[in-house]
Write a protein that binds this ligand. Structure first.
Ligand code: HEC
Length: 481
C-alpha cells in the first residue's frame, strides 16, 4: 500500500550548464535554479575536475553555488539553536554533512515535505509553500558532495538570499498563552501534549484571512495543531492550559482544525476573497507537542498566535470540516481496530457531501482550498479523494504516503479559489488510512516504549497515545449561501 518508493528520486541529469559556464554576480539563487539549463551534450562529470589550475575555483563550490541554496532551503531549521539537529550556517558545518545532505535530498527526505504525488494520487493543483528542491538543485548538491565538498573562493561568494520572513503581514491582533508550561524528560518519555486556550478578544463575528503560530520556547515547541473552539468550552481551563490532552483538543464540544504548524512553517493565508469564520466569543485551542530535550526542566510561556481578520464577510466563507474517525463519516471497514502485529491494515471512510446534513443546490459553490490529515503513530499512509456524483470521476486531494506524526500540517492549494476543486452535494469524499501495528514501525516502537510495553497490542479508536484516529480535514470556501 505504501507508495513511498515511487517518490525516491534518483535523477541522472546532465550537468547543468551553470556548472560549466560559472555564474558571477547577479541573483545567484536563480542562477543555480532557473537558468541552470540542461545540457544534452557530453558535459557529464567534468565540473569538479577541470579547474584545478589557474586559480579558477572548482564548481560547484560552497561560496558560489551551494551556500545560496542551503541558505534559502535549509537554514529555516538548520541553524544553531534551530529545530534541526545540526547547523549548516558555515562552510565547515555544512561540508561535514555533505554526503548525507546529498543522500537525503535525493531520497526526498529533506527539506521535510509529506504531500506527495504518487501512482494513485496526482492532486489537481500544486500546494503553497512547497519547499522541495528542483532536480538540478539536487544534482548540484550531489556533485558537490562527490567532489569532496569544495569550499571555493570567499572573494567570489555569491550573494545570499534573505532568509524568508516568517511573519504574517499586518496582523490584527496577537494573543499569547496565559500561563507557563514546563516539561522535563522522565525515563523514556520526552514528548508531551498540552492544550492552550486563547481568547482572540473579538466582540462580533470576524473572518480570518491570515494566521501565524509564534512558538515561545523554540527548543521544545515541536509542532502545533490549531482548532477553533466555537462554544468557548475551553474558557474554564486555569490559565488557559490543560495538560496532557493527548492527540485531541481537551474539550468534548465540537471544534474544527484550521491550521497546523511545524518548524519552519510559514503563516497561513487564505486565497483572496476567502475568510475563515470566527464566530463572536469563539476561542482558539492549540494542541502543542512539547519535546523535552533532556536537559532538566524547560518552560514555555510565550507561545502565541497572530491573527489577521476583517469584519466584512468575504465572497467565500471558509469552514473546516473534519471527516473520518472520530468525525462525520461512514466507516466502510470499521469500527477502527488494528490487531497487534498486523501490517498494512486498511481503514476506509466515506462522506457524502452535504451542508448541515442536508443536500444543497448547485447554485451554491463549494471549493476545497486546504487539506490536512491526522493519524497517530501507528499510521503509515493516508489518502483523501473526491468522487463526482455524476461522472464517478476521482480527484485526489492529498496523499501522505510516508506518514510522520511529527510533520503534520495543513496544506493549502496554490491557486485562486475559483480554480480550486469544486464539490457538489452528493459527491463523496473517501479517506483511506493504512497502519502498521508491528515493531517494524518506528512510531509503534516509540509509543510502546513510552507506556512501558515491549510488544504491540490491539489498537482501537481514541484520544490516547496508544489509540488511533483517521481524520481528514478540508477547508471549504463557500459562496452563495
Ligand atoms: C522544516 C525544518 C527543516 C528544513 C527546512 C530542513 N531540515 Fe534537515 N532536518 C530537520 C530535522 C528536524 C531533522 C532531524 C530528523 C527529523 O526530524 O526528520 C533534520 C535532519 C537532516 C539531516 C540528517 C538526517 C540524518 O540521517 O541524520 C540532513 C542531512 C538534513 N536534515 C539535510 C537538510 C537539507 C540539505 C536541507 C535543505 C535542502 C534541510 N535539511 C532542510 C529539519 C529541517
Amino acid at each position: 500500500m505504501c507508495e513511498n518508493q515511487a517518490m525516491i528520486r534518483r535523477v541522472a541529469l546532465p550537468v547543468p550548464l551553470v556548472l560549466l559556464l560559472g555564474c558571477s554576480g547577479g541573483d545567484q539563487t536563480s542562477a543555480a535554479t532557473a537558468t541552470a539549463t540542461e545540457s544534452d551534450t557530453a558535459a557529464t562529470g567534468t565540473a569538479a575536475t577541470d579547474s584545478t589550475t589557474g586559480g579558477e575555483a572548482t564548481r560547484p563550490n560552497w561560496h558560489q553555488d551551494v551556500a545560496p541554496l542551503i541558505t534559502r532551503s535549509c537554514l529555516g531549521c538548520h541553524t544553531s539553536g534551530g529545530i534541526a539537529p545540526f547547523s549548516m550556517e558555515t562552510y565547515a558545518e555544512a561540508a561535514a554533512w555533505s554526503p548525507l545532505i546529498a543522500d537525503d535530498v535525493e531520497a526526498g527526505l529533506m527539506p521535510p515535505w509529506h504531500a506527495l504525488e504518487t501512482d494513485v494520487c496526482q492532486p489537481a493543483l500544486p500546494y503553497e509553500h512547497d519547499p522541495r528542491l528542483a532536480a538540478d538543485e539536487i544534482q548540484l548538491l550531489r556533485e558537490w558532495a562527490d567532489a569532496g565538498a569544495p569550499e571555493g573562493d570567499p572573494a567570489l561568494a555569491a550573494p545570499l538570499p534573505d532568509p524568508q520572513s516568517l511573519d504574517l503581514p499586518n496582523p490584527t491582533t496577537t494573543v499569547k498563552m496565559g500561563g507557563t508550561v514546563t516539561v522535563e524528560a522522565a525515563g523514556n518519555t520526552l514528548d508531551y501534549f498540552h492544550c492552550l486556550s486563547l481568547d482572540p478578544g473579538h466582540a462580533s463575528d470576524v473572518f480570518v484571512d491570515g494566521l501565524q503560530l509564534i512558538p515561545g520556547n523554540r527548543a521544545i515547541v515541536h509542532h502545533v495543531l490549531i482548532y477553533v473552539d466555537e462554544s468557548a468550552a475551553s474558557a474554564s481551563w486555569p490559565n488557559g492550559i490543560k495538560t496532557n490532552c493527548g492527540g485531541g483538543t481537551g474539550v468534548a464540544a465540537p471544534t474544527s482544525l484550521i491550521a497546523g504548524w511545524v518548524p519552519g512553517g510559514l503563516p497561513m493565508t487564505t486565497p483572496s476573497d476567502v475568510g475563515i469564520a470566527l464566530p463572536a466569543g469563539a476561542r482558539l485551542i492549540l494542541n502543542v507537542h512539547y519535546h523535552a530535550t533532556g536537559g532538566g526542566p524547560e518552560s514555555d510561556d510565550g507561545t502565541a498566535v497572530a491573527l489577521r481578520w476583517s469584519a466584512t464577510p468575504p465572497d467565500y466563507v471558509s469552514i473546516f470540516k473534519l471527516l473520518g474517525e472520530p468525525a462525520e463519516a461512514t466507516p466502510l471497514t470499521g469500527p477502527l481496530m488494528i490487531p497487534a502485529n498486523e501490517k498494512d491494515h486498511v481503514e476506509d471512510y466515506e462522506w457524502t457531501v452535504s451542508y448541515g446534513g442536508q443536500p444543497f443546490p448547485d447554485s451554491i459553490e463549494a471549493r476545497i482550498w486546504a487539506v490536512a490529515h491526522h493519524m497517530h503513530k501507528v499510521g503509515i499512509d493516508m489518502r483523501m479523494w473526491v468522487i463526482d456524483r455524476d461522472t464517478k470521476e476521482e480527484t485526489c486531494l492529498l496523499h501522505t504516503p510516508r506518514w510522520d506524526f511529527d510533520w503534520q500540517r495543513v496544506y493549502e492549494y496554490d491557486a485562486p479559489v475559483g480554480d480550486a476543486v469544486r464539490v457538489k452535494a452528493g459527491d463523496t469524499i473517501r479517506l483511506r488510512c493504512v497502519y502498521d501495528n508491528s515493531l517494524d514501525n518506528p512510531g509503534v516502537q516509540q509509543v510502546l516504549a513510552e507506556v512501558g510495553l515491549d510488544a504491540p497490542v490491539d489498537v482501537k479508536a481514541g484520544e490516547g497515545t496508544l489509540d488511533e484516529m483517521c481524520i481528514g480535514a478540508i477547508g471549504v470556501a463557500i459562496r452563495g449561501l
